[in-house]
Design a protein around this ligand. Structure first.
Ligand code: ADP
Length: 637
């Protein structure tokens, strides 16, 4: 056995990597040319990393400071290779980077895909496509790489047919960096062609700031007596940093391709904003809002943040300091002319200039979103459906901008009567009734539960609009936001009903009289339910239901209580107030009831029904059923 064979090792792909690889090959087939974009994107990242590390250790450049990407092909052998002289990889890195997927949540994501979704390129693309896309067009891939700064004999060759395993062996590699050699499938020989490759590079990778070089094409035979012309290398892309170019000369498609490079996203972005700032601070930002939420948006550890450049030199990925958590969906770059090239994450955290950049960038994002909301409400709703819940973290995290953020909120409303969250606070305020001074809302588990909540009855009768909030975060959101444009939020199931000046005097007079008339009923019900309710009073909230429950002004909302309980945090809560609709025949029956057992049963049933109507689980459902059944039985006697 030769030494080479001894040194060749075979490794199995990590299960997730294997699955992802297979899915990718099948679902992206109709987009197969994107493999080149992905490999060029990786090569460009590798060059960025070398340039950055070379700032501290110039020896890494190995006297070859001209960073570039080279593409070569061989028609006879049906191969295509993409080389870079970037940072390269050592053996351990090759095994881990090209054999595993390190993103947390990968296996959950994969196992959540149904049969149909498995062929959905958008879903796979949402995950980030990357190196494995090579196998869409190749039936064997070799990666030859050597880490910058290491000796020539430290090279590694990774080789795989993209099935179960890959092999690793040491090689001699004099020039640093990585070459990916694709052994193209027979039917993909179109990619071993200069014109085809040039076209794909132009289409997807023109924005790459490094030169992408290919051999010149030499056409025709040399003239008699002339030496055959040796083709040299030529640059086939524009090769300047996209964001440094003037806005007016950048095509939308270029912005989109650049987005895919920085975000590893597969779809076009929803919108973007490109700005140069000069003056006290000097920087350029290019910020994007994706079209679709990433699979790990709710993983708070998931990487987020912008790519930071200083004077066009890449410094770091995921610089989180430039945007708050509630804007974690924003992708893009910021290129500063003020920061020092050896800036670190720690320095970023303390630098006051970063604070002002952050404030300005937040403003940019909010302005960009309100522009979309104004110009293209339909597109804005797409954004809201994907990212609305993240934006709702805003008012708590960013007090200064809370009104601006709230302006971007959209809720479902009784105005439209359907569960689409498409109504803004401004539109609500415009529709407010004369004398109305509050923004009314109800929190429920579902839209339907909110719409049919007994508390809605009076609002329906008087034609007052109510927002129906049914996202989990909503109860918490309104507790953080509390008011907007000088109008406070009012939970319709909380405190005394206060409709501002709408029919005020009439309502107050009625309610006083009622409480007097039904004084003894109220006291009796209170006595029966003394362990379950804190107070019993008559209501002016109801038209059709016999009773409803109300929480005190300072008590935790019912939805919030449920969330806390689900999270295992039982909070001491005050009993609710029960309000009785004295117009309702059932309450009148209760008022006339002389048998104390029947009174107690009926009072309990009314209470339990009020709970059910508000989506509260009964503490003792079988007693409720029992009581109700005995009443029903009496009916049939
Ligand atoms: P991603 O680029 O989204 O991280 P990939 O599967 O494309 O995922 O690549 C995985 C990792 O392999 C990269 O993060 C990088 O560390 C490494 N890698 C890929 N291509 C190269 C390259 N040309 N030079 C150096 N490292 C590379």
């Amino acid at each position: 056995m030769s030494t080479e064979e001894v040194q060749k090792q075979t490794h199995g792909f990590q299960t997730e990597a294997k699955q992802m690889l297979q899915l990718m090959i099948h679902s992206l087939y109709s987009n197969k040319e994107i493999f080149l974009r992905e490999l060029i994107s990786n090569a460009s990242d590798a060059a960025d990393k070398l340039r950055f590390q070379g700032l501290a250790d110039g020896a890494l450049f190995e006297n070859d400071p001209e960073l570039k990407i080279t593409i070569e092909f061989n028609k006879e052998a049906n191969t295509l290779s993409i080389s870079d002289n970037g940072i390269g990889m050592n053996e351990a890195e090759v095994i881990s980077h090209l054999g595993t997927i390190a993103k947390s949540g990968t296996s959950e994501f994969l196992s959540s895909l149904t049969g149909d979704q498995k062929s959905d390129s958008q879903l796979i693309g949402q995950f980030g496509v990357g190196f494995y896309s090579s196998f869409i067009v190749a039936d064997k891939v070799d990666v030859e790489t050597r880490k910058a700064g290491q000796a020539a004999d430290q090279g590694v060759r990774w080789s795989s047919t993209g099935e179960a395993d890959f092999s690793i062996e040491p090689i001699e590699k004099t020039n640093r960096g990585t070459t990916v050699i694709l052994h193209l499938k027979k039917e993909e020989s179109e990619f071993a062609d200069g014109n085809r490759i040039r076209h794909v590079v132009k289409k997807y990778s023109d924005h790459i700031a490094l030169p992408i070089e290919m051999l010149e094409e030499v056409f025709g035979e040399p003239e008699e007596g002339e030496e055959p012309k040796e083709p040299g290398f030529e640059t086939v892309n524009t090769a300047t940093a996209l964001w440094a170019r003037s806005k007016t000369e950048i095509e939308d498609t270029e912005y989109c391709e650049f987005y895919k490079h920085v975000s590893h996203d597969f779809e076009d972005p929803l919108t973007w904003s490109h700005n140069k700032v000069e003056g006290k601070l000097d920087y350029t930002s290019l910020l994007y809002v994706p079209s679709r939420a990433p699979f790990d948006m709710w993983n708070r550890e998931a990487p987020r943040g912008l790519k930071l450049y200083v004077q066009k030199v890449f410094i770091m990925d995921e610089a989180e300091q430039f945007l708050p958590l509630y804007l974690r969906f924003v992708k893009g770059i910021v290129d500063s002319n003020d920061l020092s090239l050896n800036v670190s994450r720690e320095i970023l955290q303390q630098d006051p200039a970063i604070e002002s950049m952050r404030n300005a960038l937040v403003k940019r994002v909010l302005d960009m979103l309100s522009r979309v909301a104004k110009k293209d409400p339909e597109l804005y709703l797409k954004f809201w459906n994907e990212f609305g819940q993240v934006l709702k973290e805003g008012p708590a995290e960013d007090f200064t901008n809370r009104e601006k953020i709230a302006k971007l909120f959209r809720f479902a409303s009784t105005e439209t009567g359907n569960e689409t969250q498409d109504q803004s606070l401004d539109a609500y305020i415009e529709r407010m009734q004369p004398g109305q001074d509050k923004i009314y809302y109800t929190c429920a588990d579902t839209f339907k539960a909110g719409l049919n909540n007994p508390h809605m009855e009076i609002f329906r009768k008087k034609g007052i609009e109510v927002f129906i909030l049914y996202d989990r975060i909503d109860d918490w959101l309104v507790s953080q936001l509390s008011d907007y444009d000088g109008k406070s939020f009012q939970d319709i199931a909380r405190g005394e009903l206060d409709l501002g000046d709408i029919d005020k005097e009439e309502d107050e007079k009625d309610s006083k009289e009622r409480n007097e008339t039904f004084k003894s009923l109220l006291e009796q019900v209170q006595e029966t339910l003394k362990d379950q309710v804190s107070e019993v009073r008559t209501t002016n909230r109801l038209t059709d239901s016999p009773a409803c429950l109300v929480v005190g002004d300072d008590d935790m909302g019912l939805q919030m209580q449920k969330i806390m309980e689900a999270a295992g945090q039982a909070m001491p809560t005050n009993n609710p107030i029960m309000e009785l609709n004295t117009e309702h025949p059932l309450i009148q029956k209760l008022n006339d009831e002389s048998d104390s057992d029947r009174f107690n049963d009926l009072a309990s049933i009314v209470f339990n029904q009020a709970q059910l109507a508000q989506g509260i689980q009964l503490e003792d459902p079988s007693s409720y059923v029992h009581r109700l059944n005995s009443l029903l039985m009496e009916m049939f006697k």
